[in-house]
Design a protein. Structure first.
Length: 513
């Protein structure tokens, strides 16, 4: 389809100053396609519904076409008919009719189009040209700032990543899917779950009552685990990560914004070796405890556990690193400790609540994109402390943003009655020493419930409520841990320092404890 470019060029219509802003080259645009889209919108009754989620006024290159589409958009929002006469009248009311070339140009647009049969296809071309112009504008801005040596490079990288993410989000569209292939996928998932000895459709955590309620952590789910400070959020996810990576050989990535990789690993060593954290930090171990440390720490060697301790991690850095971990290491679960320490550098927000909302929404999008569960720890506000009815947390206690509750597929709380009662028994005289309640307060695809667990504070470890000892199956550990291809990644760099006294030599099997 070819049209003559009859766009008015009178003094009433401003020209583009940026036409040759790219080193003498014309910016991406197709004036004829823009005219075809506008003409089709005024000819076909339902054309606007096909393009309203694809185009916005700035998608058009010509200012006149931007004004005309603004008028079309206003009519569509008011559910008024869209045709040559109504668009002309709307432009007159907006005092824009003369700027677009008058009624004659509106009539000319409709006369150049036979039908609106291809309006959606043409609209996508206009949208793609707009995105290309945005990329050119964005790259030019970054280039100018990069030449200015007064700008901090790290800040500039964050800004560039933020703007690039913003542009990419404008192009995220997913077509509808007919139900038949989805039914087939659902049946395959059910069959796979039935074939598993555990009977779970998701990732097994090692906490039997929790797995029974959730059927394991499900792909594409955003799981929020929230608690007040000192309740054991980090201890829980580390215990769970140990169960999954060590016992079940599930690749796990932990992004620790609060603790360094060494601090995190020391807690993991305390968990696995059953040695008190203070002794791990001080190194004051008896001969028997040294033997215990050397014997049990070997089981962490080869575990598919990846740790990144980048402080103040941005959502954009997380996306890049998460994609790489899934692609290169087949990571099946990502843990973030914790959500409120993240930021959205490069983007401006009116309040911290808006920024947290954007981070929460982006985490859910990332879980869907990578098709893996993402667990984010979250702080609770102080309302819990002022409560007199047992101080159990509620959904309204989530800190800084109600969007966290909305975006999450599962919201869980950790509550330890012993911490608040300062006693080993509750009001009914029941023994609550070491008891922790894992409260599933929201479960989008299942039931809510309270799961009792045992918290062993000396070792920062959560166990099944029925466990009184370290009951990990030696046969499971012995068969799953010696994978030299995998390793523990500390931070963003590999640690190549030799550890001959702790880790086994190549080919040497670690002794079961």
């Amino acid at each position: 389809m070819k049209f003559e470019n009859t766009t008015p060029r009178s003094d009433k219509k401003p020209q583009h100053d940026s036409m040759y802003a790219t080193g003498g080259r014309l910016q991406p645009r197709d004036i004829e396609i823009e005219a075809a889209v506008l003409g089709a919108l005024m000819l076909e009754k339902d054309a606007y519904t096909e393009v309203c989620d694809i185009l916005k006024p700035e998608s058009f290159y010509e200012p006149a076409h931007q004004h005309i589409y603004s008028a079309v958009q206003a009519l569509g929002a008011a559910q008024e008919p869209i045709d040559m006469l109504t668009v002309t009248e709307q432009l007159r009311q907006m005092d824009l009719l003369d700027k677009v070339g008058g009624p004659m140009y509106i009539a000319d647009l409709t006369s150049r189009v036979a039908s609106g049969a291809h309006v959606e296809y043409h609209a996508r071309i206009v949208a793609q040209k707009y995105l290309a112009r945005e990329l050119i504008r964005f790259s030019s801005e970054i280039e100018s700032k990069a030449f200015d040596e007064s700008n901090d490079v790290d800040d500039l990288l964050q800004e560039a990543e933020g703007k690039l993410f913003e542009i990419s989000q404008r192009n995220v569209k997913k077509d509808v899917t007919q139900i038949d292939p989805v039914i087939q996928q659902a049946l395959e998932q059910i069959q796979n779950a039935a074939n598993r000895t555990s009977g779970l459709s998701g990732l097994e955590t090692g906490y039997h009552d929790l797995d029974r309620i959730t059927s394991g952590w499900q792909n594409s789910d955003l799981i929020i685990i929230a608690a007040r400070p000192a309740m054991g959020k980090t201890a829980f996810v580390l215990s769970m990560a140990k169960n999954m990576a060590v016992n079940y050989n599930t690749p796990i990535a932990v992004f620790s914004l609060e603790m360094s990789n060494i601090q995190l690993l020391n807690r993991l060593i305390s968990n696995v070796c059953e040695l008190e954290g203070e002794k791990i930090k001080s190194g004051r171990l008896t001969e028997m405890e040294w033997d215990q440390l050397m014997s049990r720490i070997k089981h962490l060697y080869g575990a598919p556990l990846f740790i990144d301790d980048t402080p103040s991690l941005s959502i954009f850095e997380l996306r890049t690193k998460a994609r790489r971990l899934v692609r290169e290491h087949q990571v099946q679960l990502i843990i973030i400790d914790y959500l409120q320490l993240m930021n959205a550098s490069g983007m401006k927000f009116g309040s911290r609540e808006q920024e947290v909302s954007m981070i929460s929404r982006s985490l859910k999008q990332l879980a869907k994109e990578l098709n893996i569960p993402i667990i984010a720890l979250s702080q609770l506000n102080r309302q819990v402390e002022n409560r007199t009815d047992g101080k159990k947390p509620q959904l309204s206690d989530l800190r800084e943003s109600g969007a966290i509750e909305q975006d999450a597929d599962i919201v869980c709380f950790i509550h330890r009655p012993e911490y608040y009662l300062k006693s080993g028994v509750d009001a009914e005289g029941r023994d609550i020493r070491g008891k922790a309640e894992f409260i599933i307060a929201k479960h989008r695809s299942g039931s809510t419930a309270d799961v009792d667990m045992r918290f062993r504070s000396k070792f920062a470890r959560f166990e099944n409520w029925t466990e009184t000892d370290f009951t990990t199956s030696e046969s499971v550990i012995g068969s799953r841990l010696n994978n030299p291809a995998a390793g523990i990644m500390l931070g963003a760099q590999e640690n190549n320092s030799p550890l001959p006294d702790i880790f086994p030599e190549p080919g040497e099997q670690p002794q079961p404890f």
